[in-house]
Structure formats: structure tokens, C-alpha cells
Design a protein around this ligand. Structure first.
Ligand code: GLN
Length: 465
């Protein structure tokens, strides 16, 4: 066990966690032996969302159905971080199977926002965000299927990276919607996000959708070099052209978020970047397309949880069919059941043209829309969420309102693009984040722009618990 994780580390971590409830399991001793003694990340600790496998730790996905399950293997992303010297501190709370935006859908506990205990930390990686913001760990991993890294990062004043689809191996991530999701990272500085990403990324023979970083990122690097040569800005940060979709700038944002967007535009301009309005007409269709595709994939992915192979088995059943029915009825929470039903509905025989195939066509149009816009701009600026961190039980916490509010985040997932959420304001004590999106494998461009913004507005500190 590294010296930095001695008794006083544990005491401090437990006290901080007791205040916010970020962890479902907090115990660095379980995995410490799996971390290299030295490496580029030695001396750092991290939290792992409890839908990502770490050998010896529980893997509940925030679900009663998987209560008591202990993972026999480790996700590739985590394994690479351990090899780089980072130590797993424990497993963080989440909305069940990643379904939600407030972490209220966890079957086990509520996680509080470290900035205001009366507000949610966001979700579904809310435990990961709270763990970093409360100063328990240096960084945390989350999964982003429709915004679940960026939205909690934004609610807790952090940087949150959703990498390009395929940049980070999904091996060991329990699937919710496989074609949309990717493992991402939350931290208090751009530098640490970048260092963690550099370790995690790259091809993995155990995930055939993962790509070798060097060759995948080559076009983005070449574009950057060409631009620098043209502008004569060799060695310096070349000014970037940042597009702001007209559809994101006005209606639908509450005043605090709108003000934060304006302030961010000014900061980007102050850094020498050009900000121009662009059209992204497909944006109005992203929530509908996302919820058809995500629930369709969820209904298939979650079929494996039957109470037979893993997790809790309901008692009293007389035949296998009854056993599966009883186990799933007792084990899944309401939001998960709703999504399985919705996914089954959109996939039912004879109706696929109406919903699933149509959503796939919309997805293609969204990708084309982004590709067209990225012909003329380097980055896109978008809000992360239309409202600041909300209170449990408020109108914003309504499950339907939460789904509509995914509009700004889930477009990047449908298009497979990288996006980095960054802290941009604290209003009435509550953090508000914005995000930048880039073309596939142009994460470096996101880091470069956010480093400038970070100098003007660093990650805010919630203060002592
Ligand atoms: N809020 C989105 C949902 O509920 C985000 C989920 C995610 O990214 N895991 O589907």
C-alpha cells in the first residue's frame, strides 16, 4: 500500500465521504497490490463508477439485482491506470445502470452535491463527481452514454471528458447502450484529465470497437499542423474558430446558464479565438433519437440479468420463467423497468421501421450535420445542462424533464464525438459548466482550448464539508 494511503488518508477520506455519500465501497487496500509502485500517475488515487469492473471490488451498477456481486476481473481502462501507478480508492455511486441525471436512481444511497447538500451532484456518474469535488480522490472514472460524465462534472465544478467513441476500451464497462457509451474521466484540472486520458486510450484486443490512438488521431494532428503553418503560429497556441449552434444559445436555457454561456463566449474571444454562430438543425431531434436507440440497446443488454447467472435470485419460483420474472421484477428499479419496456416497444416485430430504424436515420443526419459544421469551425461551444444543480423533488428533477434536458449532451454520443465539460461559473453557490466538442480524435484541441479557459476560471473549491 503506498505510503500516501495510510491511516490518516483513510480517516480524512471517510470523513469527507460521510458528508456527501460519494462511494458505495471505499477501501483502497483491496486493489492496492494491483497498482505499479511507480509510473506517470503514481501518488494519485481514483474512484471508479460502480458499473466498471475492478477485480476484488463489488460491481453493483447501483442495482439491487447485482447486490453482492464481486468482480473477478478488471476493466482495461482501470488496468492501464493501475499500471501507471494510480490506486483505486473504491467504487462510486451512480444512477442504476447509468440511467439518470441525478444519481437519485441508485438503489443504495443518495449522493449530495459537495457545493450544496440540498442539491443533487448530477448523474449518472454523480458519485464520481462528488468524490473528486469533495477532495476524496484526485480523479474518477465515469461512463458517458448520453452525458453522464459531463453533466455531473458541470454540477460539481469539474472538468469532465467524454472521449471519442472507440478511443478508450469499453472492456469491463457494464453495457447500457453499447453504440453510444465510452469511459470518461473527471478531475479538477485539464492537465490531470489529459494525463489520465493519455494512459487509458488506445486499442484493446478485448474491445473490437477500440482503435489505435496514434493512427486514429493522425488526421486531427495533421489538420492542426497545417493550421499552425498557415497562421505562422508555430509553437504558439493558434487561435481557434469556435462555433456556437444557434439552437443552443437562446430558448430553453435558464438565465444563469445563459449568462454563463455569454461569459464563456467573451473569455474565448479574450483568448484570441473567434466565436461564430452556426446552424445545427438536427439538435431538435436528438433527445427522441437518443431515447429510442439507448432504450433499444438497453433492453437487449440488460436481458442477461436474469437472477440465474449473477446477482440476487428471487425465492419461491417454481419454474425458470417465473424465477427470471420474479428476480427482474424485484431487482430492477422503476427507471430501469421503464427503459426496458420502452426499448422492447420500439424494437417489437413489425414496428421497427417506425421507431428504431427512423432513429438510426436521424442519427445519420446528426452525424452529417456535425461533419458539415466541423468543415468550417475547429470546436463547438455548447451548454451542458439547461439548469444549475437542482434539488431532489423539484420540477427539474422530474424524470421526463431530466430526459429533455439531455439535449445538449447526448448529441456528442449519437455522433461519437469527443467533448470536454469545464467549470464556467458559480452562481448562488452552485457550479455551472459549459462544454466544447471537437471532431473525432481531436481531444488535444479540447485540452488546448480548455487550458486557456482554466487560467481564467479554474475549478472552484466547495470548501470544507
Ligand atoms: N441522462 C442520460 C440517461 O439517463 C445519460 C446517461 C448516461 O450517460 N449514462 O440516459
Amino acid at each position: 500500500m503506498p505510503g500516501s494511503l495510510d491511516g490518516s488518508w483513510r480517516e480524512r477520506a471517510s470523513a469527507r465521504d460521510a458528508a456527501v455519500g460519494a462511494f458505495l465501497q471505499l477501501d483502497p487496500s483491496i486493489g492496492a497490490a494491483d497498482s505499479a509502485a511507480s509510473g506517470p500517475l503514481s501518488g494519485t488515487t481514483f474512484g471508479v463508477k460502480d458499473n466498471i469492473a475492478v477485480r476484488g471490488y463489488q460491481l453493483t451498477c447501483g442495482s439491487r439485482l447485482l447486490e453482492g456481486v464481486v468482480s473477478p476481473y478488471t476493466a482495461t481502462a482501470v488496468e492501464r491506470l493501475q499500471r501507471a501507478g494510480a490506486v483505486v480508492a473504491g467504487k462510486t455511486n451512480l444512477d442504476e445502470f447509468g440511467m439518470g441525471s441525478s444519481t437519485e436512481n441508485s438503489a443504495f444511497k443518495r449522493t449530495l452535491n459537495p457545493f450544496d447538500h440540498g442539491r443533487v451532484p448530477g448523474g449518472s456518474s454523480g458519485g464520481s463527481a462528488a468524490a473528486v469535488a469533495a477532495g476524496i480522490v484526485d480523479f474518477a472514472l465515469g461512463s458517458d452514454t448520453g452525458g453522464s460524465v459531463r453533466q455531473p462534472a458541470s454540477f460539481c465544478g469539474l472538468f469532465g471528458l467524454k472521449p471519442t467513441y472507440g478511443a478508450v476500451s469499453r472492456y469491463g464497462l457494464v453495457a447500457y447502450a453499447s453504440s453510444l457509451e465510452v469511459i470518461g474521466v473527471l478531475a479538477r484540472s485539464v492537465d490531470l484529465v489529459e494525463r489520465v486520458f493519455a494512459v487509458m486510450r488506445g486499442e484493446d484486443p478485448r474491445d473490437h470497437s477500440s482503435l489505435p490512438w496514434e493512427s486514429a488521431a493522425r488526421p486531427a494532428r495533421a489538420a492542426k499542423a497545417a493550421k499552425a503553418a498557415k497562421g505562422g503560429a508555430r509553437g504558439k497556441t493558434a487561435p481557434l474558430c469556435v462555433g456556437l449552434p444557434r439552437e443552443c444559445a437562446g430558448e430553453g436555457l435558464c438565465p444563469e446558464v445563459r449568462r454563463t454561456l455569454e461569459a464563456t463566449k467573451e473569455r474565448l474571444a479574450g483568448l484570441g479565438h473567434a466565436v461564430a454562430e452556426v446552424d445545427l438543425p438536427t439538435l431538435e431531434h436528438v433527445v427522441a433519437a437518443y431515447y429510442v436507440i439507448a432504450t433499444a440497446e438497453a433492453s437487449a443488454n440488460l436481458a442477461r440479468f436474469d437472477g440465474i447467472r449473477y446477482g440476487r435470485r428471487a425465492g419461491g419460483a417454481v419454474n425458470p420463467e417465473e424465477l427470471v420474472l420474479a428476480s427482474r421484477s424485484a431487482g430492477f428499479g422503476d427507471e430501469v423497468k421503464l427503459r426496458i419496456l420502452l426499448g422492447t416497444y420500439v424494437l417489437r416485430s413489425g414496428f421497427q421501421d417506425q421507431y428504431y430504424l427512423r432513429a438510426q436515420k436521424v442519427r445519420t443526419a446528426i452525424r452529417a450535420d456535425f461533419a458539415r459544421v466541423f468543415d468550417s469551425v475547429d470546436l463547438l461551444l455548447m451548454p451542458v445542462y439547461p439548469v444549475p444543480p437542482f434539488a431532489p423533488g423539484s420540477a427539474e428533477a422530474d424524470p421526463f424533464a431530466q430526459k429533455l434536458a439531455d439535449v445538449y449532451t447526448c448529441s456528442a454520443n449519437l455522433a461519437g464525438l469527443p467533448a470536454l465539460a469545464f467549470p464556467a461559473a458559480v452562481e448562488a453557490g452552485l457550479p455551472i459548466g459549459m462544454q466544447l466538442l471537437a471532431p473525432p480524435f481531436a481531444e488535444d484541441r479540447l485540452f488546448e482550448a480548455c487550458r486557456g479557459l482554466e487560467k481564467i476560471f479554474p475549478s472552484p473549491d466547495p470548501g470544507a464539508p
